[in-house]
Design a protein around this ligand. Sequence first.
Ligand code: PMP
Length: 285
Amino acid sequence: MSRIAYVNGRYLPHRSASVHVEDRGYQFSDGVYEVCEVRGGRLVDARRHLDRLDRSLSELRIAAPMGRAALTQVLKEVVARNGVKDGIVYLQVTRGVARRDHAFPAPGTAPSLVVTARRADPAAQERLAEAGVRVICVPENRWPRVDIKTVGLLPNVLAKQQAKEAGAREAWFVDAAGYVTEGSSTNAWIVTTDGRIVTRPAESGILKGITRAVVMEAARALGLVVEERAFTPQEAYGAREAFITAASTVVMPVVEIDGRAVGNAHPGAVALELRQRFHAFAEVT
Ligand code: PMP
């Protein structure tokens, strides 16, 4: 089945789908995005992802490209046309196409909407979770508005590449005060030696992950204690467990941070249980 992308009202062959050279997303990173997990052909937590999209758009004063119901329909259509059972759907909204000028274009300039979908290999994901992943820490160098899910991801790109070159899967940013903020594309968590689950509060320094919110609900429902507070790399080195969360990876155990084994160097029981139970707490559309 050949891949199809949605671009501004049209379903196009993926290989030839394109936006205009003066799209503001292309020239200024003037746009936002969302990634939703697809499971069994259905959208996971679409409502929460679209709530966050609305917030990102309104923080940047970009108009919504269409209403919620229509957008949900496009997401489902792209998933269906690509025959995606398990994978992700990606959506991006930019401030549209206009003559290059930093200031906003004329009112009424239509925002651009692109939607793509991609299959994942659930068996490969499970194998990765059974092995666990490595993380390195890097200095935080992003702008303070990381609560907005913008396509301006250059620091994240460089951090992920640095991790890859170091044989790791993810890089955790560490702020000027010495605390972990989040990963380049995931939220960061530890489990303390006395079994408390710790993740940074969403007030500053992180994207308020949808997976993070559902994992917090799941953990509490399972009788686990969740503490929203910042932690340092040093605390993480000595933690019983660590893990990362994102829509594309759900809960992924971390077994090594900066070359130091976490816990017994194997995926932790809490991370694996949260991974296993996650979808009982997520919504499907
Ligand atoms: N932080 C960053 C920087 C991310 O890019 C992502 C994934 N988009 C997350 C956290 C996790 O968010 P979510 O659980 O909503 O995918």
